[in-house]
Design a protein around this ligand. Structure first.
Ligand code: PMT
Length: 399
């Protein structure tokens, strides 16, 4: 979403991980960015510039004087860029960038760069840990350049340790994060997401259709805006957003405990989870068997704890509490009733049962109400956009 229409400069230097940057380039392009690739001569020994040229739909900057990209103004490229990413960044390139050396198309363009820069070091572990390389990285970081730590693992030089270029998806995610405002820096956001699951016997359970998408979108959005995020999640098939601490739970009781374990540290609590209101009175130790020609069975249920209500009662004045209300009708009446009963600061009234909104969908239709009477009727939009709109409203309310 944030990269649409942005200009990205992708600098590829001479490491075996250069091949991973083809995928990184494709992520940028798919997100709607215009990408100009620069390669060092060594990078061009690992990967053919034509691949990057075809996929970026732009000439590749290889040499300032001759060959492909030589007619391109590196100053123009630099001044147009919204973000520069160097991946993989070799020790040699890091050294040059740290000391302002410009002796090829990539480093010369970088010297003219005024936009945010993300450097992704990748090399042999001993090289990476070399004090000179570390000092150069510190120097770059001190001047506001973002450094993405390499992963640890098996390296191409047949050793194991720190120095692997992170997964292209991870680099892409961190690049996107640089485009968000850092308005939640220093805040801890506690989010609950997904369904709860109540066991009937060892093989059966009661649950609901929550996919976790809405809650995960809020956790991911808050992390990108600088917050420390704890996500308490029922069973879903989503990967936790990058940088978020995820606590997996099953039942309402487990979700209750996990939320209360992290409640004290939280500044903002967003309760998106679809919690089962009831659970079986007893969980059978063995699989329930059908008897004879039995045509009915009755399951005795008892009410679950209301986690949100308990948080509303316990929360401090400096904590901001957001609840969700999933409703199929009388949206506003039920939502306002829940805000009152559960002592919330804000409620996101979520129409469910209509296509494109609520459970499982990638989009959502939500109306926000605050305790002090603010109302925002958000249009149908992606859950990521809804998440940012909710965080904007929370940010406004707590500022
Ligand atoms: O996960 P997705 O597929 O993306 O779907 C998103 C969603 C539809 C689940 C989400 O947008 C949503 O509406 N979540 C609230 C679902 C719900 O349980 O609504 P409710 O009206 O039953 O509960 C109201 C609030 O009380 C919710 O914040 C809920 O987390 C909380 N609650 C409810 C019961 C209970 N025992 N404990 C609670 O904390």
């Amino acid at each position: 979403m944030v990269l649409n229409g942005k200009h990205i400069f992708l600098g590829v230097t001479g490491g075996i991980a250069a091949y991973k940057c083809v995928e990184l380039l494709r992520f940028f392009k798919k997100a709607g960015a215009d990408v100009v690739v620069a390669m060092t001569r060594s990078a061009a020994r690992f990967m053919g510039p034509t691949t990057f040229e075809v996929l970026s739909e732009n000439p590749v900057l290889l040499d300032l004087w001759e060959g492909p990209g030589s007619g391109v103004s590196h100053i123009e490229v630099a001044s147009k860029s919204d973000l520069a990413v160097i991946a993989p960044a070799t020790a040699n390139c890091i050294g040059k960038l740290a000391h302002g050396i410009a002796d090829d198309a990539l480093t010369t363009t970088m010297l003219a760069m005024t936009c945010p820069v993300l450097i992704c070091p990748s090399m042999n572990t001993d090289m990476y840990q070399n004090i000179r390389v570390q000092k150069n990285l510190d120097l770059l970081e001190e001047t506001g350049i973002h450094i993405l730590d390499p992963d640890s693992g098996a390296l191409a030089c047949k050793t194991t340790g720190a120095g692997r270029l992170p997964d292209p998806w991870f680099i892409f995610d961190r690049a996107c994060a640089l485009f968000y405002k850092n308005d939640l820096k220093g805040k801890t956001v506690l989010v609950s997401a997904g369904p709860t699951v109540e066991s009937i016997d060892p093989v059966r359970f009661i649950s609901n259709h929550s996919s976790g998408k809405m809650g995960y979108a809020i956790a991911g959005a808050a992390e990108k805006r600088g917050a420390n995020v704890v996500l308490v999640s029922g069973p879903v098939s989503l990967d936790p957003p990058v940088g978020v601490t995820c606590v997996s739970v099953g039942s309402c009781d487990q979700m209750y405990d996990a939320m209360f374990d992290h409640l004290d540290q939280a500044d903002i609590i967003v309760k998106v989870a679809a919690v089962g209101d009831f659970k079986p009175v007893t969980v059978q130790g063995h699989k329930i068997k059908k008897t004879g020609d039995q045509s009915h069975m009755t399951l005795d249920l008892t009410q679950n704890k209301d986690i949100l209500k308990a948080i509303g009662l316990k929360k401090r004045k400096d904590q901001y509490l957001v609840g969700f209300a999933a409703e199929t009708r009388d949206l506003e009446t039920y939502a306002l009733g829940k805000m009152e009963k559960k002592q919330l600061d804000m409620i996101a009234a979520n129409i469910v049962g209509k296509s494109g909104s609520g459970f499982k969908a990638d989009t959502n239709k939500v109306k926000l109400f605050t305790r002090d009477g603010q109302v925002a009727d958000l249009p149908l939009m992606t859950k990521e956009k809804v998440a940012h709109a909710i965080l904007d409203a929370v940010g406004q309310a707590i500022s």
